[in-house]
Each structure stands twice: as structure tokens, then as C-alpha cells.
Write a protein that binds this ligand. Structure first.
Ligand code: FES
Length: 375
């Protein structure tokens, strides 16, 4: 069994309180003192496993058993091997640090923009660097434990849950000794690179907290969208929608003709055509539609599912998620279901070239009602 710098093993520490006659009782009157008899040194893990099975089959549940096994590793036998292992662990911690730096630099130096063709690497790079940061620190810790920390396993069957004060004291001592066994006090390279790698992890959430995303309307991102006066309605492929393109009773999904408009989550809008006499515009919105064409947000005001099922005879719009139903001919008023608000309407007109254009942004919040309750 390998020994710690102070000459004590886990077995010694577990047994030590028993020597004082009070510890390891496990808070149970049956006691769980670890005695010499309760430790059984084994030659191999297979033997330990088989022995453990026997114990479970033949021992009373109240009999605590602890095993200690240890096979010398290269780092236990050679200081050169130990230093080599330390360098490998340090390299992984440094790799973690580089991952954090790469993540932060990628976020701020090459920020994502909808208009750039080559920034398809932005998200994969962030994922790669975050993986390096987390995997580096994790792999380093595992390698450190496997190669440099004391290689000892102890299994102690315990009873009860509350610990006696003596046992808590013993645990505190064990923790202190455990820290000493990490070798951090002696191995300055390991300690410094661990601080570098683990400490820099705190930087990871910073970019995400400072910037919620590359949206165009940062000034008030929960209440505004990319729609604004003069912005054309375009299809997903970017072609503008002209009056006369839609057949009577049909629906077309429209996006704002701005950079990244088709990718923004809050901009999808449905343009519906019905007979002009079928429209019952809400008060003050008489000029928000054009010749039977009317535009509503696609995003359900309940929980945000896309509302695109249009029934042309009744002009009902159905949300497939929880069956909220809206009346497209009457300001997308809620007819049924859990949605608390009408679908927001986008005011539109037709420009000199015959294309549909927004008169303004939505005048009420788009999306689930929990964002905003004023309308
Ligand atoms: S998300 Fe539309 S009804 Fe629930």
C-alpha cells in the first residue's frame, strides 16, 4: 500500500478515529468502527470483487468492511515518471486555458453577422473552443488522479446517516490530509497551471452575459423586431412579394428584406389574401391591410409555436401545439385555446413598384405573452 507524505494511508485515516474509541460510528448505535479485521488487503481487483460479493452474501448488513488495494504505478516507482505525468497534466490545463482564450477571442474578434458568408465557422469555433476548455480541465483532473494522487481504494459499508461529532472532526482531518496528498503544495507547475486553466473557466459565460446575440434591434430586443417602415416583404429565398402574387384564400410566409431577416426568430409573418369585403379590420387599423391582404405574426402568443394552418372558408388560423384558434378576418382575435392575446398584426402597404412593404414594426410584442402583458 502506498503511503502519503505524512506516512498515513486512507486506511490509516479511517482507522485512526477508531483508535480513539469513538469515531466511525456512523451515527448508528450498531457502530461502524473500522478495525484491522474490517480491512482485508487483496492482491487483485478481481479478488476484491469476488470477495465483495461474498461479503454481501454472507455478512450481516451491520458488519462494515473496508478494502484497500493498490498496485504500484510508474509514477509511484520513478520520480522521472511522476514528473512526466505532471507535465502531461499541466499540458491539459494549459490546453483548457487556450480553449477559453480561443472562445473569448472568437466571440469578440470575429462576431457573427448575418451578412457574412464565411462566418459559418463562428458557431463551430465556439463549440470547439468550449470543448477544449472543458475537456482540458476535465481530462487533466482525471489524469492527475490516475497518475499522481495516492492510488488507494477503500470501501466501507456504513449504517445510518447522521455523523457523530468525532466522525465529523475525523472527516475534516481527512479532507485536510487529502489536500496535502494532492501534492499541490509541492508541485508548483501543477498548481499554477491548474489555477490558470480552472480560473480562466470563469471567463466562459462572460461573452454570453454581455451580449445576447447579434440582433439588429439591440435597443429593446424583447419589444421590437427587424420590421420597420419601408422594409419589403420577401419570401424565404429573398424574392419580394408583389400584389397579385397570392391566389385568393392563400397564405405566404414573409420575412423582412433586411440582412438576416429570414433567420431572425421573431420576424416570420404570414401574408393572407381574402376577399376585401370579408375583412373586419379592428378600429384604427382600417388602412393596415391592402385589397384583402393582411399580415400577422406567425408566432403563437401562447408558447411560440408557428401558427400556419389557415382554413380559407372560415378564415381560422390554428396553432398545432395547443389548438389555439385565431380569426384572421377579425384582427386575428383569439377564438379558442390557451392563447391570451390576438396575433400581432403587421401594418402593410404597397409601394410604387407594386411590392408589399411594412408601414412600421409590429406595434405590440411578438411571441408568447409572458414577455409582455400590456397588450
Ligand atoms: S403554442 Fe400555440 S396554442 Fe400553445
Amino acid at each position: 500500500m502506498s503511503e502519503t507524505p505524512d506516512g498515513k494511508s486512507i486506511r490509516d485515516r479511517l482507522r485512526a478515529p477508531a483508535d480513539t474509541g469513538a469515531a466511525n460510528s456512523g451515527g448508528d448505535s450498531r457502530g461502524s468502527d473500522v478495525t484491522d479485521a474490517s480491512f482485508q488487503q487483496t492482491d487483485s481487483r478481481a479478488e476484491l470483487a469476488s470477495h465483495g460479493r461474498d461479503e454481501r452474501q454472507h455478512s450481516a448488513p451491520s458488519a462494515p468492511v473496508a478494502h484497500a488495494i493498490q498496485e504500484p504505478r510508474k509514477a509511484d516507482l520513478s520520480e522521472a515518471e511522476a514528473r512526466s505525468a505532471e507535465r502531461k497534466v499541466a499540458a491539459l490545463f494549459v490546453l483548457s486555458f487556450l480553449g477559453v482564450i480561443g472562445f473569448v477571442v472568437t466571440f469578440f474578434v470575429a462576431p457573427f453577422k448575418f451578412t457574412e458568408r464565411d462566418n459559418i465557422y463562428f458557431t463551430p469555433l465556439l463549440a470547439l473552443f468550449m470543448t477544449l476548455a472543458l475537456a482540458g480541465i476535465g481530462a487533466g483532473a482525471v489524469l492527475w488522479a490516475k497518475t499522481l494522487m495516492v492510488d488507494e481504494e477503500a470501501v466501507q459499508e456504513r449504517h445510518g446517516f447522521a455523523s457523530e461529532i468525532e466522525e465529523r472532526d475525523a472527516t475534516g482531518q481527512a479532507l485536510v490530509q487529502g489536500f496535502e496528498q494532492t501534492g499541490l503544495a509541492r508541485r508548483s507547475l501543477l498548481r499554477n497551471t491548474l489555477l490558470l486553466g480552472a480560473g480562466s473557466l470563469a471567463l466562459l459565460p462572460l461573452p454570453l452575459l454581455l451580449d445576447l446575440g447579434p440582433y439588429a434591434h439591440k435597443e429593446d430586443r424583447f419589444r421590437t423586431t427587424a420590421w420597420k417602415k419601408g422594409v419589403r416583404l420577401v419570401r424565404r429565398n429573398g424574392t419580394p412579394i408583389r400584389i397579385g402574387d397570392l391566389a385568393l384564400g392563400s397564405l405566404e410566409t414573409a420575412y423582412p428584406d433586411v440582412p438576416g431577416g429570414v433567420q431572425m426568430a421573431d420576424t416570420p409573418t404570414m401574408l393572407i389574401r381574402m376577399r376585401p369585403e370579408e375583412l373586419k379590420p379592428r378600429k384604427g387599423r382600417e388602412d393596415w391591410s391592402v385589397d384583402g391582404h393582411i399580415a400577422y405574426s406567425v408566432i403563437c402568443t401562447h408558447l411560440g409555436c408557428p401558427v400556419k394552418l389557415y382554413e380559407q372558408q372560415t378564415h381560422h388560423l390554428f396553432c398545432p401545439c395547443h389548438q389555439s384558434t385565431f380569426d384572421a378576418s377579425n384582427g386575428a382575435k383569439v377564438l379558442f385555446g390557451p392563447a391570451a392575446r390576438n396575433l400581432p398584426q403587421l401594418p402593410i402597404y404597397v409601394d410604387d413598384e407594386g411590392y408589399f412593404v411594412a408601414k412600421s414594426d409590429y406595434t405590440e410584442p411578438v411571441g408568447p405573452s409572458f414577455w409582455e402583458r400590456k397588450s
